[in-house]
Design a protein around this ligand. Structure first.
Ligand code: OGA
Ligand code: MN
Length: 284
């Protein structure tokens, strides 16, 4: 299996060229890919030809696949593949989730057992815009002053999906109302502010502006101040990577050590992606 690996930033992220993920892989070859993915946190595999089944099969090698709460946006016949799209069907209805997160977040951090990783396959992308930003939460943790590390060690914070569901204008306009059933499946959860990566052993910050709203055991003022400080810190330029999409990219990110956010694009263009989401463990 000969392929090239290039770094995406000085710290995290890698670009892989010349590897066909739809082809057979030995356990040794797979171990190499997995080590790269978990070691670099964000990996883009360029030039893939991945049918939904092949994407699901590759994703499943890392763990069980999660079914998103917005079940209306599954690919028919492939419940574990979510469509992110601004395309409309013949009746003018959205076929996919138009905006999967134009705020910083770690996928499904509002579940007791959040997503380990997410894989997004670019079927159709706009000529400009629609980039995705990533923040290296392990590097951000490492760079914290000692007194802050001590303050957050062993502390928890609450996460919720509904807190920001329609918090900005574009989300309020495009996101469907959650049904009673969808709401009933969502419960706020408490996660450690600092989590330890199960595979690399590295510590990372596990709070995000999208879903984290309250530090446990602090009053609102103190909690807001701490969260705002951590959010500003993690968004510093030195921890960021901006992914500019190419068609047929499969972009894989580790939600345990990164957070990300989508950016806007001109609605006259089509942006169409297939997403698979890998089940993770309860953060510790
Ligand atoms: C996601 C997500 C970002 C994007 O699928 O979880 O946040 O740029 N997507 O589409
Ligand atoms: Mn996301």
């Amino acid at each position: 299996m000969a392929y090239e690996v290039h770094p995406l930033t000085e710290g995290f992220g890698a670009e892989v060229i010349g590897l066909n993920l739809a082809a057979e892989m030995t356990p040794e070859e797979f171990a190499e890919v997995r080590d790269l993915y978990f070691g670099k946190s964000v990996v883009v595999f360029r030039g893939q030809e991945l049918a939904p089944d092949a994407q699901a099969a590759f994703s499943r090698r890392f763990g069980g696949l999660m079914i998103h709460v917005l079940t209306q946006f599954q690919i028919p016949g492939h419940p574990e593949v979510l469509e992110l799209s601004n395309r409309l069907d013949a009746d003018g209805n959205a076929i996919g989730f138009e905006d999967a997160g134009r705020y910083w977040h770690s996928d499904i951090s509002y579940n007791t057992e959040p997503a380990l990783g997410t894989m997004l396959y670019a079927v159709d992308i706009p000529p400009e815009g629609g980039d995705t930003f990533f923040a290296d939460m392990a590097a951000a943790y490492d760079a914290l002053p000692e007194d802050v590390k001590q303050k957050i060690e062993g502390r928890g914070a609450y996460h919720s999906y509904t807190i920001n569901y329609k918090s900005n204008e574009s989300d309020a306009a495009t996101r469907p109302d959650l049904t009673e059933e969808q709401l009933a499946s969502l419960e706020d959860v408490l996660h450690p502010i600092v989590r330890t990566h199960e595979d690399t052993g590295r510590k990372a910050l596990f709070v995000n502006p999208g879903f984290t709203y309250r530090v446990d055991g602090m009053d609102k003022g103190e909690s807001d101040a701490l969260l705002q400080m951590l959010f500003a810190h993690t968004q510093e330029e030195r921890f960021l990577y901006r992914h500019v999409w190419r068609p047929h990219d499969l972009l894989c990110w580790d939600n345990r050590s990164t957070m990300h956010h989508a950016t806007v694009y001109d609605a006259q263009y089509t942006r169409h992606m297939h997403r698979t989401t890998i089940q993770g463990p309860r953060p510790v």
